[in-house]
Structures are given as structure tokens and as C-alpha cells.
Design a protein around this ligand. Structure first.
Ligand code: EPZ
Length: 416
């Protein structure tokens, strides 16, 4: 798998076309299992997580066609997944639980288990399906849900993105009306609801904390283009901020990045929005305090890239990671590069403005890898970023290419 070599780079200048969102495409692919005829997703990003999800859908009996960035899912004879290894290593595979349960009356989905950033339980998913009439259990490292689903009033203990998506998909074909309160409000939830409504679902309230879904008897296949990836855009915005460059991020909605843009402006960056996308220039002058929250709060997926920005800004930045219990592993490598970061549980204190030096560092998860690639751009000398499991290409399509096109000195080589 890849090794990245990153050298100190000049200010990044230019335009970047933002891909469609990994975290919108993955649930929409799972939702294709609900449809009675073929679904085509346009402009799909070339990501290993997408490839992986397609293997999961194939394992559930669907047939897949790919033509460049168009993916067509033929939801033929659905069945329970048989290749546990496919599901164990992709967190998002849990998103087939709701669709299989409501279409087959039963879902037995091997659990991916925890990952670098946290334990990732699925209790909120199962509690919601139980409220809809399913018998649920976690056995043999599988999530199991059996029974005919009917509309119910559900309150989520935490506005879980994945649980909201699973329950939204299950409710779309359940008998009766389902009300989901304390639901996640992420733009990817709205995109999933838009896809399902286009296919014939009756969903109102997406993007608010309360979803009301009137179940229908069938959903028809549609063609759909998902929203732009706000996390890819936010990551590139952080690259502009630390290199004092100027960048136009095309295709992304500023509305989906309010919290990040507010913080970058607070730190000194100039940010403008126009019909083409987001224009950023200038530099961060001082630190800021970052508390990750569910949308519309600051996104946890941009906490790591933002920590690199905090290292570049003079003064103190205090981070509070309220979403995942172990999402500061990038701090260890940033300190190896000379940063002054102290972490204690969910809090991290960054004393920014210290010069960074190139080092050999390792990507521990997807967003940590991106943060370290950005850090290499402003470190003196050369940084070697080991990414043996291929974390970065799970969620970023050619991040090194996009940065290189903007003037960054980043190269990639296969690990010998
Ligand atoms: C989605 O993960 C995203 N992944 C994550 O992006 C993102 O960080 C996360 O939402 C939060 O925004 C996809 O959309 C594919 P959650 P998900 O359920 O659905 C706890 C990336 O880098 N929880 O909102 O798994 C959980 O442990 C990835 O692109 C329960 O306790 O996130 C976590 O602490 C990383 N019980 C918190 O909620 C449950 O049943 C948030 O999890 C479910 C979740």
C-alpha cells in the first residue's frame, strides 16, 4: 500500500473540483437494496470504501454495473450476506441492516467491530428496529433483526448518523408512519432522504431533528447524483489556510461547512462564497477553540485536519472531541514533527506557531492520514507518511493529486 513523500511546499493556489460525498454515497448504495428496479448513482467517487460497499451489496444478492463514475445496482434476489470478511472491515456495512430487515423480514449482518477512533457500537440502530417490531440481538459478532416492521415513534439516545440512516431506510417500506426524534441532521441524511423520496418514499423533516416517514409498498429505481463531499472540501480548505494560499473549491455548498468556515474566518482566513463554490485566501493568524458536535456543529471528521491548522496558527487552541472516544492519534505524529500538543481524554491543547520538521509518520485512520499529509506541506524538510492499510484512499480520491495540482510537493509510491 502507499507511502507518501511530502516536502515543504509553497502557498497553494488554484481550483479544485470537489467529488461527491463518501458519506452520502455509502448510505445511498445501501438504500438501493430497497428499490424494486435498478438504481444508477452518477459521479460516484473512486474510493476503496465505495468498492468495498459494492462487494457487500453483491454479497447481498445485488448485481453491480460500473461505467466510469456511474454505478448501477440491480437489486435482484436479495439474500443475507455470506462473506463475513466483506462486512467486518467496512464500518458502513451496518447500513444494509435496515434494508435487509424490511425487505426480507430478517437481517443477519456481521459487525465490523471497533476501529481506531472508537468502539462504534450499534445499540441505537438495534433499539430503533426493536421499536418498529423487530426482535434484535447481537450474537456471534453479528447484528440480528427479525420480524415485520411497522411504524413507530423512536427517540435516538444520540443523534447517530448511521442509526438515523438505517431507521430511515427501514421506515420507508415499513407498514404505517414512523417518527424519529433526536435524529441526525447531517447533509448526508438530507441527501439520503432526497434519494428515497425520488424513488417514491414519503419522508418529511430531513435536516431537522425530527423525521416523519409514511411507509410505502415499494420503491422504484432512479438515477441520482449525490452531494459534494464537505469533508474533502474542508480538508483542502485547511491546506489553503496553513500554506497561506488562495483556493477555489468548486461544487461544494458553503451551507454544509458553516462551522469550519466560521472558525477559519475567526482565525484570520478570508472566505467568500459564490455560485462556483468557496474561495479562500490569506492565512490563519491565531488559534481557536474547537468543540466537535453533531451537525450543524463542528464536524468530527475535520478535527484532525483542523489540528494541523492549529499547529500553524500562533497561540493556544483547545479541542474537545465529543463524538468519538479515541480520535487524537494524529497528535502523536504531529508531536513527532515538533508540534506542542497535550491530550487528556477528549481534550487536546495545542500551543501553535512552533516550526514543524519532516519525520516518518503513520496514518492511523482516514482523517488522521489527511492531517499528517497537510502537516508535511509546512514542515521543514521531508515527511514520509506510511499508509499501509490504505486509509487515505478509503475516503479521499487522489488527495495527493489534488494537492500537487495546487502546487504541493507530494508524491506517492507503493510500499516495497
Ligand atoms: C458517520 O459514522 C460517518 N461515516 C463518520 O465518518 C462520522 O465521523 C460520523 O458519522 C459522525 O459524523 C459514514 O457516514 C460512513 P455515528 P457513524 O453513528 O454513522 C456512537 C469518516 O471519517 N454510537 O453518528 O458510525 C458512536 O460510538 C467517518 O468519514 C453509539 O453509541 O457515526 C460514536 O461515538 C468516520 N451507538 C457516536 O455515536 C450507536 O448505535 C457517533 O456515531 C451508534 C453510534
Amino acid at each position: 500500500m502507499p507511502v507518501y513523500t511530502i516536502r515543504h511546499s509553497p502557498a497553494l493556489h488554484g481550483e479544485a473540483q470537489i467529488n461527491t460525498s463518501k458519506n452520502a454515497v455509502l448510505p445511498i448504495l445501501a438504500a438501493a437494496l430497497l428499490c424494486s428496479s435498478p438504481v444508477t448513482i452518477h459521479r460516484a467517487p473512486r474510493l476503496t470504501d465505495v468498492d468495498h460497499m459494492l462487494r457487500v451489496l453483491t454479497d447481498c444478492g445485488a448485481r453491480i454495473g460500473r461505467q466510469d463514475r456511474d454505478i448501477t445496482i440491480y437489486p435482484a434476489a436479495l439474500r443475507q450476506p455470506r462473506e463475513p470478511q466483506n462486512l467486518h472491515s467496512l464500518r458502513a456495512s451496518i447500513l444494509v441492516l435496515g434494508p435487509l430487515c424490511v425487505r426480507l423480514g430478517e437481517a443477519i449482518v456481521p459487525l465490523p467491530g471497533g476501529c481506531a477512533i472508537g468502539q462504534r457500537p450499534v445499540d441505537i440502530h438495534l433499539n430503533g428496529l426493536r421499536a418498529m417490531g423487530a426482535e434484535t440481538e447481537q450474537a456471534d459478532n453479528c447484528a440480528v433483526a427479525r420480524g415485520r416492521l411497522r411504524g413507530a415513534n423512536i427517540y435516538l439516545d444520540f443523534p447517530s448518523v448511521g442509526a438515523t440512516e438505517n431507521l430511515l431506510m427501514a421506515a420507508a417500506l415499513a407498514d404505517g408512519v414512523t417518527r424519529i426524534e433526536n435524529a441526525a441532521k447531517e447533509p448526508e441524511i438530507v441527501d439520503l432522504a432526497d434519494f428515497l423520496n425520488l424513488a417514491g418514499a414519503h419522508i418529511v423533516g430531513a435536516g431537522t431533528g425530527t423525521l416523519v416517514i409514511e411507509g410505502v409498498s415499494r420503491l422504484s429505481g432512479v438515477e441520482y447524483t449525490p452531494i459534494a463531499d464537505r469533508i474533502e472540501a474542508g480538508t483542502l480548505a485547511c491546506a489553503a489556510a496553513i500554506t497561506k494560499g488562495s483556493m477555489l473549491l468548486c461544487g461544494v455548498h458553503g451551507e454544509h461547512l458553516r462551522a469550519l468556515l466560521f472558525k477559519l474566518r475567526e482565525m484570520g482566513l478570508l472566505v467568500q462564497e459564490d455560485a462556483r463554490g468557496l474561495c479562500l485566501r490569506g492565512q490563519v493568524r491565531h488559534g481557536a477553540d474547537i468543540r466537535t458536535l453533531s451537525y450543524p456543529g463542528f464536524p468530527t471528521d475535520l478535527q484532525a485536519p483542523m489540528m494541523t491548522v492549529a499547529c500553524a496558527a500562533r497561540g493556544r487552541s483547545v479541542f474537545l472531541e465529543t463524538i468519538f472516544e479515541n480520535r487524537y492519534m494524529h497528535a502523536i505524529s504531529l508531536c513527532r514533527m515538533g508540534a506542542d500538543i497535550r491530550t487528556e481524554g477528549r481534550m487536546a491543547v495545542v500551543e501553535g506557531g512552533r516550526p514543524l520538521s519532516g519525520a516518518v509518520v503513520e496514518a492511523t485512520d482516514l482523517r488522521a492520514g489527511a492531517a499528517l499529509m497537510l502537516a508535511g506541506l509546512i514542515a521543514q524538510g521531508e515527511t514520509t507518511l506510511l499508509d499501509e492499510p490504505g486509509h487515505i484512499c478509503r475516503g479521499y480520491e487522489g488527495l495527493d493529486e489534488k494537492l500537487r495540482a495546487l502546487g504541493a510537493d507530494v508524491t506517492i509510491a507503493p510500499l516495497h
